[in-house]
Design a protein around this ligand. Structure first.
Ligand SMILES: Cc1cc2nc3c(=O)[nH]c(=O)nc-3n(C[C@H](O)[C@H](O)[C@H](O)COP(=O)(O)OP(=O)(O)OC[C@H]3O[C@@H](n4cnc5c(N)ncnc54)[C@H](O)[C@@H]3O)c2cc1C
Ligand code: SF4
Length: 478
């Protein structure tokens, strides 16, 4: 929404004191912004035709009741809109900010399909819940009754947090274990602050701990505590560890200094945003300032890297992707954002190797073209002979995607079944794994996916666990 804001000039009465304080002027601006945002949300919401075939809802992984909360927003009944929106989504203000809506709800809006431009569903969802926080409608978690059973959640990303939230609301004792020093997973350390402000994530973390969820941070399961110890300590366990193993690049020079992993680059940038000491950023290793940056990859992680590099003051930022624009996996909206900010996309290019003595000075680039479709139905890229060239670079960021870590080996749990890609096998409906009472959600099941899908899985797993605990309690009582 912010991108659409028009400047509104306010005429200042002549008798008004000319030197008003910064705080007062800030309040004026905030007021104007609030009025504008409210008007814009109502205007967008009123564009919903209440078509009766809510493809938007079907294509939202949470099946949010979008038409109803749009109608209530158009009528100015924001509190009711919020109640409906939060009934199906644990973090609506987060999804409103970062869901790839063009591929989900908005891409399937009937108004969009008829060529009139989508209702900006995500922006309205964000507005409703931001207002709820401001107005104090977001209630602390206060279960009606405490239960004795406990659940251990491994991983404090959106999947684990969504499961923890639902379980805690039902009175279950929940402990979340995470190897990082802050909760949030990729919401905190992966996704950049210009897409998702960190205070929005932190207040959700606080809401959970205020509501009685125990967070055990700096606790790497498999190192600091055994997986079996967690199983023994709880009635059920949720695995929500995400995927963090970076796909690597080969070729000559691939070990040179100045070639870094996207996750390290983005984590350092986010840590600086928190005000942490980050030696590898301060010594320039993970800082793009003044550098010619080349990012390799065409997914959303690559888009976040290029846009972060622009903000850090890179001299130039180029993105190498082996297919063309139409075939890239990242959101087209993100590509457009990046281009507007000055990123140059080098479509149909692939790194063959890297130049430099100790530090990287350039990327040897092979030009590509799209050949016949492969087994997946996508046109396979193939090299154009004798067309290589050198792209100068001081910093190269590898953003080729992530794979799961080998949990059965790392955790000494060979009976935890995984797929041939290494993701944990979980029942589609219940999320239960091959180990009774152990559930798995989010990226560790789906492979690199989306926040909204992790939330959906977390909520589904919580429901299954509650059914399991209720069943056990009933048997014990009989
Ligand atoms: C750079 C980037 C940008 C993205 N942008 C978007 C976006 O704009 N929109 C969108 O919808 N999705 C986006 N995604 C994808 C999204 O972030 C993930 O799909 C989502 O976070 C997955 O949630 P999760 O809970 O499964 O795992 P994660 O968010 O990865 O959280 C996993 C947690 O588990 C912890 N953990 C792992 N192993 C252990 C262990 N052994 N012991 C203890 N703790 C452990 C980790 O520290 C982490 O906190 C992006 C991903 C990346 C990498
Ligand atoms: S959760 Fe995501 S897909 Fe669903 S309505 Fe919100 S923005 Fe759209």
């Amino acid at each position: 929404m912010a991108g659409n804001i028009m400047l509104k000039f306010v005429s200042v009465p002549r008798d008004m004191p000319s030197k008003r304080g910064v705080a007062e002027r800030r309040e004026d601006f905030d007021e104007i912004y609030r009025e504008f945002a409210a008007a814009k949300a109502a205007e967008q919401a009123s564009r919903c035709s209440q078509c009766g075939v809510p493809y938007c809802q079907t294509h939202c992984p949470l099946h949010n009741n979008i038409p109803d909360w749009l109608k209530l927003t158009a009528e100015g009944r924001l509190r009711e809109a919020y109640e409906i929106s939060q009934a199906t989504n644990t973090f609506p203000e987060i999804c409103g900010r970062i869901c790839p809506q063009d591929r989900l709800c908005e891409g399937n809006c009937v108004i969009e399909q008829s060529g009139h431009g989508t209702v900006t569903i995500g922006a309205v969802e964000k507005y409703i819940t931001d207002t709820a926080w401001e107005e104090g409608w977001v209630q602390p978690i206060r279960p009606l009754r405490e239960r004795t059973e406990s659940v251990g959640v491994i991983g404090a990303g959106p999947g684990g947090l969504a499961a923890a939230d639902m379980l805690r609301r039902a009175g279950v004792q929940v402990t979340i274990y995470d190897r990082y020093d802050r909760a949030g997973g990729l919401l905190t350390y992966g996704i950049p602050g210009f897409k998702l402000e960190k205070d929005v994530v932190l207040r959700r973390n606080e809401q959970l701990t205020d509501g009685g969820v125990t967070l055990r941070l700096n606790c790497n399961v498999g190192e600091d505590i055994g997986f079996e110890d967690i199983r023994a300590a709880h009635d059920a366990v949720v695995i929500a560890t995400g995927v963090y193993k970076t796909r690597e690049l080969g070729g000559p020079g691939s070990g040179l200094a100045g070639i870094v992993r996207a996750i390290d680059y983005l984590t350092a940038s986010n840590r600086k945003g928190f005000g942490d000491a980050v030696p590898e950023f301060d010594d320039g290793t993970l800082d793009a300032d003044g550098k010619r940056v080349v990012v390799i990859g065409g997914g959303d992680t690559a888009m976040d890297c290029v846009r972060t590099a622009i903000r850090q003051g890179a001299v130039s930022v180029k993105c190498l992707y082996r297919r063309d624009r139409a075939n890239m996996p990242g959101s087209q909206r993100e590509v457009q954002n990046a281009e507007e900010e000055g990123v140059e996309f080098l479509w149909l290019t692939n790194p063959r190797g890297f130049l430099g003595d100790e530090r990287v000075t350039g990327v040897r680039v092979a030009r590509m073209r799209l050949g016949a479709p492969d087994a997946s139905g996508r046109q396979a890229p193939e090299e154009v002979p004798d067309a290589d060239y050198t792209e100068p670079a001081d910093l190269v960021v590898k953003a080729l995607g992530f794979e799961p870590e080998e949990l059965p080996t790392l955790w000494g749990a060979p009976e935890l079944a995984v797929t041939r890609w290494g993701t944990v096998k979980a029942d589609f409906a219940t999320k239960e794994t091959s180990l009774p009472g152990v559930y798995a959600v989010g990226d560790i099941v789906r492979g690199a996916s989306l926040v909204v899908w992790a939330i959906r899985d977390g909520r589904d797993a919580a429901e299954s666990i509650l059914r399991r605990l209720d069943g056990a309690a009933r048997i014990a009582a009989e």
